[in-house]
Design a protein around this ligand. Sequence first.
Ligand code: ADP
Ligand code: MG
Length: 725
Amino acid sequence: MSLLRFKMVDAAINHSAVEPNVPEGRPSDYFAAKVFNRAAMRKYLDKKTYSILLETMEKRTPLPYEVADSVAAGMRQWALEHGADHYTHWFQPLTGGTAEKHDAFAEPDGAGGVLEEFSGKLLVQQEPDASSFPNGGIRNTFEARGYSAWDPTSPAFIVDTTLCIPTVFIAYTGEALDYKVPLLRALTAVDRAATEVCRYFDKNVQRVVSYLGWEQEYFLVDESLWAVRPDLMLTGRTLMGHESAKNQQLEDHYFGAIPTRVMAFMKDLEYECLKLGIPVKTRHNEVAPNQFELAPVYEEANLANDHNQLLMTVMDKIARRHQFRVLLHEKPFKGINGSGKHNNWSLGTDTGVNLLGPGKTATENLQFVTFLVNAISAVYKYNGLLKASIMSATNAHRLGANEAPPAIISTFLGSQVSAVLDKLAAGKGDGAIRFDAKNIFKMNGISHIPTLLLDNTDRNRTSPFAFTGNRFEFRAVGSSDNCAEAMIVLNTIMAAELVEFRKAVDAKIEAGTKKEKAIYEVLKQMIKACEAIRFDGNGYSDEWKTEAAKRGLDCENSTPLMIDRYLDEATVRMFSEQGVFSAVELEARAEVKWETYTKKIQIEGRVLGDLTMNHIVPIASRYEALLLDKVYKMSQIPGLNAASDIALIKKIQDHTASIQRLTEEMTEARKQANRIEDQRAKAIAYHDTVAVFFDEIRYHIDKLEEIVDDQMWPLPKYRELLFLR
Ligand code: ADP
Ligand code: MG
């Protein structure tokens, strides 16, 4: 192997497990030690301040300005005592990551010393000079002001020595420039709509909370090897690399013993997470070599999403301590599984009822079916939009590949729930829902209703939106995504659907139908109308693609074209009626999505061009020159046959010539695309005319990797990258 590659492989082999920083003691000793949570608030705030803040957090009432100063004082005290010397507004711009700008607490006191200052004003609102975050044209540079404002519903926390205050990020003119604003709006919308519907069943319900439990998949690679793969470094994925002879075909990695180095990393990571109040619970090997998963216990969606964002940053940092790099890209390696981030989603009332879980009484079960049917009906109506919410240049590699859900949204309900809905739709009169002894649903005459026990082993891992007993699991979300995007769409379409539902039921009640019967009748219609979204078969199969198209489901798989779904007339109206996005905000976000798509493909194109011309072609040519030399020398000695060497030379010639030609064509296509001003058209051009070269060029490179002397090959190979011990 090349000297550099040899050195790096050697270094990787010699990296041994780093002792994790985890102290003695139990998680309960240090859980949320770095979070300004309720316990800390109670201790550091006076009674009155605490109760007002609590009210704000629970009822989402505005925090009076005067109170902010007292909160800030308490928070500062807590932060200083916990080792913080800086503070930052922590927000989630449309770059997909998180942003922070640290300021020191220390301020000159005017008498030659410093004082630790932190006022309510600094806590509540700041004006970061954030003009270069993506904004889709909402802020022209001459009006580059954006504000960050405190979100009291997500507690402040300390990372290293910085107090991080979760904030929203908005334009001077009020438009959302981040993920948090629309997420909070969507959560409000679904709370409002769901609470109203709950009142059909229980007058005591005051509030409905949306829950999110994410499962984060990721890859780890050794840092030394990562450092000599410019494609991994710059694009997060390998743009070339022949498949390893052994990869995941033996299925020996999934749930297998966790490698020692990785275990040390996981322990460290979990410790950091627990201190930050992230309730991590599950860790295991995933299907592909070097692929792992971490999942916490579900939380209220806004907090859960902040925790996921925080996790992604913390992971990266801890990985470096262990001489790893975390790959959050959805498809870092060809030929093995990619990574997703399943979003487990449910709604629950402040009276403690999970609206997507079957209940104990007839009323509870009717309520459960009501929310279930509204969910699938919403997903049916907006299946294209829901898909758009998770589509990106990177996730596009995963969806539709044979291990992940296809680029078509459908719902899986399992045999029991399906049976209930079918019976309900066929419904003879207003039957109640119950199970017999074997847990089989039966529709009876009203009243006698035993507990519903759903067998949640009834699973379909090929479904992008599967019901799993007490929640839906949206499995198409990408591993690098901000979950907010999916949660915004899901909660908003649910809100819109519940509003429609309520209107329909109320109309029937006003016309004299009894409430329960009215609900049944409306549900019946809905179940029939959204039948096309229900699919319990194999989502990976080709037949499903044909079938889904026949059913009228959105089958588009070009990312730039999918972004159009955000701007459909019905979508714009729905978002604005629910108070989640204005038309301007939607247009701006679509612009940002197109622009981001273009940039990602542009970077990949550049890296690929650079690697082919500076790494691959020169090495292949050098090997070819050796062969040529050999053949020439052989020709000097009578009786030697150089035919096989000549054939090899020809192969190398063919591949390098193809690579050079295709790279030139790709560069030309990029130049053409770059001339396009309109962001949508440009993204389409990048999709249709630039990205199409990637696999073709890769094909020839991977062929060369098989031919060229291993001693010369410059880039670590899959077999070296993929098998951590
Ligand atoms: P899986 O079998 O899908 O891998 P896991 O137990 O790993 O399941 O993860 C499931 C995730 O779903 C966890 O984050 C869990 O807390 C979450 N979850 C469980 N119940 C609910 C619910 N009612 N609403 C939302 N999330 C939930
Ligand atoms: Mg899961």
